[in-house]
Design a protein around this ligand. Structure first.
Ligand code: ADP
Ligand code: ASP
Ligand code: MG
Length: 406
């Protein structure tokens, strides 16, 4: 007998028929003698609809009320899944985040899970009841509902698996595993049987939304056995594992892209100590996340240009903030570009192989794609390019690194 967490994403619970399909899959595991915790998202499109309603009513909405609204989608699906299980004769009950309780910090809209009290769930599981838990939501220190950021149900599932010491956390979704690139963009992408935690963490944080970044971080830290698989087909998915569990190591395991980037260049910035601290300190204070940064040396020893990227959603706020500090920081002009995308190649094999960056740059040059900014780490190389070339770049790199399916 095992204890399993089974998480179903939005497409997997979109409508009565699919909810019945979820219940059938859960029943199969219950019949096999396993204890099951089900975690569900809102129906596909529902969270977007709720976010949009908040924007229509109040563009600069109060984060606490935003969470109250957007957490509502998951309340509907936990109830429906529990009902569908009852119809199949499986004992089950729904749990909202605060009922468990899944305690988070107070950062409404992108809260982090601090602690899960698993006692009540474990008692019910032992008594043979399936727990159907609402993903994406928790209870803040202010006693109010919080949400974990978009895609956060993955993190709810992994956190529950860690807290309840589950044997496995299965993420059921609309693709049958983690691919070498988003299969919606690259038809030649291949499904990976296994991927390392580190690679999955890079892929997720560089744009592959198949798993929320924090869920991978948490799985890695708590050694949760994580599998991504299809909720519509019966076949093994992709296991996220330690590096020593991978026999054949690829130099590059995946190519990914982040479409919602924006670039800001500060022109003629004074070349003296403290300037970078002033620029990036102001942005950090305003909670604007900065990603890639390049600064040149000044050829006249006086002034240089500084270029960096932020998420497109933060661009206007970042520009207004920097403009208001122009005298203090000391620069001539701001030049924004909202039509950029970041494309990255990821693989643990890069640690021991030179030449990945060269292959990447040559392949992009071959398609006449200009590279605007470059950043690297031990297991990834990222480039910033014009957004119009995103799909071409991803497909070109996928082929250049030999990842295309035969
Ligand atoms: P869910 O609603 O089940 O959480 P998501 O839409 O959040 O599903 O994540 C699944 C989607 O992730 C897939 O439909 C796919 O388009 C996208 N995706 C992006 N990169 C990858 C990748 N490397 N492998 C598999 N899926 C990917
Ligand atoms: N329903 C939430 C969202 O759309 C959480 C999730 O799907 O994981 O972001
Ligand atoms: Mg998701």
């Amino acid at each position: 007998m095992a204890r399993l967490v089974m998480k179903f994403g939005g497409t997997s619970v979109a409508g009565a028929e699919r909810i019945r399909n979820v219940a059938t899959r859960v029943k199969r595991e219950v019949d096999a003698g396993h204890e099951v915790v089900v975690v569900v998202s809102a129906m596909a499109g529902e969270t977007n609809r709720l976010v949009d309603l908040c924007r229509q009513i109040a563009p600069l909405h109060d984060a606490q009320e935003y969470d109250t609204v957007v957490a509502a989608g998951e309340q509907v699906t936990v109830g429906l899944v529990a009902l569908a299980l009852h119809e199949l004769g499986v004992p089950a009950r729904s749990w909202l985040g605060w009922q468990v309780a899944i305690r988070t910090d107070g950062v409404h809209g992108s809260a982090r899970i601090d602690d899960i009290d698993g006692a009540m769930l474990i008692e019910r599981l032992k008594a043979g009841q399936v727990a159907v838990v609402a993903g994406f939501q928790g209870l803040g220190p202010d006693g109010r509902v919080t949400t974990l950021g978009r895609g956060g149900s993955d993190t709810s599932a992994v956190a529950l698996a860690a807290a309840l010491k589950a044997d496995r956390c299965d993420i059921y979704t609309d693709v049958d595993g983690v691919y070498t690139a988003d299969p919606r963009i690259v038809t030649a992408a291949r499904k990976l049987d296994r991927i390392t935690y580190e690679e999955m963490l890079e892929l997720a944080s560089l744009g592959a939304k198949v798993l929320q970044t924090r869920s991978v971080e948490m799985a890695m830290n708590h050694r949760v056995r994580l599998q991504v698989l299809s909720s519509f087909e019966d076949k093994p998915g992709t296991l996220v594992v330690d590096e020593d569990e991978i026999v054949e190591k690829q130099i590059v395991s995946g190519v990914t892209y982040a479409p919602d980037e924006a670039k800001i260049t500060l022109l003629r910035v004074a070349d003296r100590p403290g300037v970078a601290a002033a620029i990036f300190g102001s942005l950090a204070d305003a909670n604007v996340n900065v990603d890639m940064i390049v600064q040149n040396t000044a050829d006249d020893g006086k002034a240089t240009d500084v270029t960096f990227t932020v998420s497109r959603a933060d661009l206007d706020r970042a520009l207004a903030l920097l403009e208001s500090k122009r005298a203090e920081i000391g620069f001539a002009r701001l030049s924004p570009d909202r039509n950029v995308a970041k494309v990255s190649v990821v693989g643990v094999g890069m640690r021991s192989h030179a030449g990945v960056a060269r292959t990447m740059f040559q392949a992009l040059a071959g398609k006449n794609i200009n590279i605007q900014v470059i950043s690297t780490s031990e297991i990834k190389v990222s480039v910033l390019i014009a957004a119009d070339y995103t799909e071409l770049a991803v497909r070109t790199l996928h082929a250049a690194f030999g990842l295309d399916a035969a």
